[in-house]
Structures are given as C-alpha cells and as structure tokens.
Write a protein that binds this ligand. Structure first.
Ligand SMILES: Nc1ncnc2c1ncn2[C@@H]1O[C@H](COP(=O)(O)OP(=O)(O)OP(=O)(O)O)[C@@H](O)[C@H]1O
Ligand SMILES: [Mg+2]
Length: 364
C-alpha cells in the first residue's frame, strides 16, 4: 500500500500542500516549526481518524479556518483508491474511500495500515500496559478478521459486568450469564494474541540481534489473569474482590507485553539509544510480519529519525526500512544527515522534500 498523491489543506501551518510521494522513501527536511511533523500527522489522521499527537482534532485545524482536509490516492493491489477526510470545528467528520462514506475507525484502519516511529514510541517500554496492548493488537487486528468483533464484544460484556458489580444486590444468575460470555471471549482473545506474539517474538529477536547485541533480552506475553487457571475459575475466585472494587480485576483487558533484560524491565536497564533501537525493532518486526501474512504493506511514518542514534545504528535502521520494501516518510531538521543515510543505497527510489513555513516543495 502506497500513497501516490497527498494533498492537505488548512492543517496546522500547512495552508495548501500537494505532493506526489515516492512509493519508497520520502525524506522531508526543514527547520523547527516548518511543518514536517504536520505532514505525518495528516497521513495519520487519514489512516486512523486522528493525529498521533492529540486525540482531539481541533488543534489540527489551522487558526481562523473552519476545518482541514486531507486527500490521498492509495495504491493497493494495482488499484488506486481515493481516500478523503474532512474535519471541522463544528464537529463534522467525513471519511470517504472510493466515493463511499467510511463509518468506522476499524474500516478506516484496514484501508491504510500505518506504523509510526517517533519520540513517543519509547512509551512502548516505559508507558502503561494499554500502549503495549494497542501495539500487540495492531497485528492481531490486521491478520485475524475475528479479533476486532471479539474485542468489541468483550469490552461491552465487561462494561455490563462492572455495572452489575456496583449494584447493591447482585443476582447470581444474571452475573453467571455475563461471566460465561466474558470467559469465552477472553479465552478467544488470548488465543489470538498468544498465537500472534509467538510468531512475532521470533522475528523481533532476530531483527534486534542484527541491530544491536543485547544479551538476555526477552519478550513475554501476559494474558491478564493467572495462567494456571481458566478465566472462568479466576472470575469465580475473584468475585468478592471484584465486588468490593466495583470492577473486574483480571482479564484480557489487563493483558501486557513485558520486555526484559536478564529479568529486569528493559526501560530500567537500557540506555536511551538502546531503547530507541529496541522500539524501532518492535515496529519494524510488526510491519515485516504484517506483509508476510497479508501480502500487503504498511506505510511507515518516521519522525526525526537521526535523533539520539549514532551513525552505525542509524545505518542499520535505514537498512531495515529499506528491506521492508515499503513506503516510508522520514523527517529531519538537517538535509545532509538525512540524505547521507540513504546515499549508500542509490538503487532505492527516493524523493526529497523541503518543508518551509508550511509549504512543501520537491527537491530534485
Ligand atoms: N492549529 C494551528 N494553526 C496554525 N499553525 C499551527 C497550528 N498548530 C500548530 N501550528 C504551527 O505549525 C507549525 C508546524 O509544526 P510541526 O510540528 O509540523 O513542525 P516541525 O517541522 O515538525 O518542527 P520540529 O522540527 O520542531 O519538530 C509550528 O510552527 C506550529 O507552531
Ligand atoms: Mg516535528
């Protein structure tokens, strides 16, 4: 999947931008505040319905404008599909693919799968379990069509059970209905996730090993409840505690991924640069497995690549981005270091853009 055309109107400082990106490597350079990250935000908004910087859409709308528009032509299976997004201050949100209204974020996300690598990616190691769950579920979502409906049903079921737990009088037969349903959904989610992580772990560790030697690294998946018991048993045994707390303590909604080095959390052991490489390896392994399993490619948005990496490790990362054989948008403040990374790969099709005061111009 690649963007063959990208136009953006009235998004942050981007007044009116119209690009014909390379199907492979797109390098955007420009000084601080010129609009580089905003270009990536526009692509993200089109793919996911929102920016990676903010869950709110209003900060993206250019000051004194009513709304922003992002339009792209997405090449998929040798077809070109127009994708369009308009969001207004008044709250209007319109997503269209191939002329048809797209009504759910899930449908949108499957049209244009993307991966972001930026300074926030560190949160995969040091942030909350929710961030890691979202990360692992990205792959499951894209390769297992039944995962999203299962996840949605389990969220709904959990809400019902939690509201029941907060009642003064809990009817055991009513609780049993939700417990049964929740147990079956949680076991199914666990199966999808564990199968996906098993596959993922091998690729990730191999990839990481080629980036950087960190002996003792390990990735483990935690299902969200005591693995020596079935989830039904856990729900039954934990009922008193759940009732006192007013919510369901254990379950697939508490699943997590743990990345450790000799048993200690990676975030507590690794240097900043090492952490950056580890999270890059996580993101790249995911895109790699995604294309292996689906025959499709995801678009990579890499914001400020060189920061905090030495030239050897940057070269490694560039090599992996190249090997993915996918469309990549990379930003950087300085032109030279950004280009230098790719100069040793003249065979790769690339396009350089200069971003200046909200305008984007191709550089030959
Ligand atoms: N709603 C808005 N309307 C107009 N301008 C905005 C709005 N929101 C942010 N800006 C401005 O748009 C510019 C775009 O910032 P952006 O983050 O894209 O820059 P950048 O090139 O990535 O910079 P850096 O190198 O510092 O990361 C900034 O100057 C910012 O102040
Ligand atoms: Mg930026």
């Amino acid at each position: 999947m690649t963007l063959s055309r990208l136009s953006i109107q009235h998004l942050r400082n981007l007044e009116s931008v119209d690009l014909r990106p390379s199907p492979r490597i797109n390098l955007l350079y420009g000084e601080n505040g010129s609009g580089k990250t905003s270009v990536l935000e526009a692509i993200h908004a089109l793919a996911m319905g929102r920016s990676f910087r903010s869950h709110k859409h209003k900060p993206l709308i250019q000051h004194e404008r009513e709304g922003f528009t992002v339009f792209a032509r997405v090449v998929s299976d040798e077809r070109e599909i127009p994708l369009g997004l308009y969001r207004s201050r008044a709250g209007e949100a319109s997503f269209k693919a191939d002329g048809q209204v797209v009504s759910s974020v899930a449908a949108l996300a499957s049209l244009l799968p993307i991966q972001v690598i930026n300074s926030q990616t560190f949160l995969l190691l040091e942030g909350s379990p929710k961030i890691r769950r979202q990360f692992m579920d990205w792959l499951v979502f894209h390769v297992e069509p039944d995962f999203f409906p299962t996840w949605k049903a389990s969220q709904r079921c959990l809400k019902h059970r939690n509201s029941l737990l907060r009642r003064d009088r809990i009817e055991p037969s009513e609780l049993a209905v939700w417990d049964r349903e929740l147990a079956s959904l949680a076991e199914r989610m666990h199966q999808y996730r564990s199968a996906s992580i098993e596959r993922f772990e091998t690729v990730f560790l191999e990839l990481l090993d080629s980036f950087i030697r960190i002996p003792g690294v390990s990735l483990s998946y935690q299902r969200g409840w005591d693995k020596t018991r079935t989830y039904s048993e856990v729900l039954e045994g934990g009922f008193e505690r759940d009732r006192q707390m007013g919510y369901t303590h254990s379950g697939s909604h508490r699943a997590d991924l743990r990345l450790t080095v000799h048993g200690t959390a990676a975030a507590d052991v690794l240097s900043r640069g090492q952490q950056k490489l580890v999270v890059c390896a996580l993101k790249i392994a995911q895109g790699y497995i995604f294309s292996q399993l689906t025959g499709r490619q995801c678009v990579y948005l890499v914001d400020d690549l060189p920061a905090e990496l030495d030239s050897d490790h940057r070269a490694k990362l560039v090599e992996w981005l190249d090997r993915l054989n996918t469309q990549v948008f990379i930003t950087g403040v300085e032109k030279e270091p950004l280009l230098a990374d790719w100069r040793s790969r003249p065979q790769v099709h690339s396009q350089v853009f200069h971003v200046e005061h909200g305008g984007v111009t191709p550089v030959s």
